[in-house]
Design a binder for this molecule. Sequence first.
Ligand SMILES: [Zn+2]
Length: 313
Amino acid sequence: MQKIFLFLLLISVTALTAQNFKPWKPQIDKLSSFEKHVLIDKGTERAFSGKYVHTTKEGVYRCKVCGAALYKSSDKFDSHCGWPSFDDAIPGAIKETPDADGRRIEITCANCGAHMGHVFRGEGLTTKNTRHCVNSVSLTFEEKHAKVGVKTNLKKAYFAGGCFWGVEYYMEQIKGVKEVISGFMGGHVKNPGYYDVVKHKTGHLETVEVVYDPEVVSYETLAKMFFEIHDPTQTDGQGPDIGNQYLSAVFVNNPKERKIINKLIKILDRKGLKVATKVLDKSPFYTAEAYHQNHYVRKGGTPYCHRRVKRFD
Ligand SMILES: [Zn+2]
């Protein structure tokens, strides 16, 4: 009888673990068996064997399964323990759970549950007195500004028009656009995560950074597209997405861009549209988690939240 109970318990625990990772199945399928061993089955890589033990470049370390930003290079320090060590995590990114033996505290990605390693406190190694001991194989590294194009005369434009997946989808189809990055702008919180923004604690808007070649496409063409792929008159969000993170706004780099936007808004006003789009000065742009990038290219399909309506002649 006891054996049956134990068996049932085992089944339910296994099912629960698999269930937790269900939304990430496509990402998990791509992992190597060693990566699965560490990230899913909570294994540990050999000391000094990982690729991020000694790295010092500026950037962000992300979860290898779901892409959530977990650690900043500025919190990384050399602990000589053989694994990448951080004395802090990005707020809310890491979950701590005591091991079954009660001796150590396991750290997992708060977004998807993937195993990172363990956290130790009271070792006196840094002023924060904390060491997140993380497996390199659990992480990916994104170097700061590594994505910016090679061509130096490329420019960047910033638009917020509701769910960034849809805005990114349409902007990427414009000739002369080199790259579109989904992220956040306009709020007061540094390095926000998607789930911080969702909770309305940050003041950020879902914003896309459009990297374009001004010799091929003008800022005005991009701005016209922006006004045609979302409803600039909606005041409480965009389409079915209601909330202040989905408000319509253009973040301008300079007075010239502001002038172009105001001109287009005037044209729309004359056509009877009561434009609610805010024209704001550019502030720091924060890239969203990797799993938000190129959503429709990766997943297929077309946006539920955006469609193009011709508004300019
Ligand atoms: Zn994750």
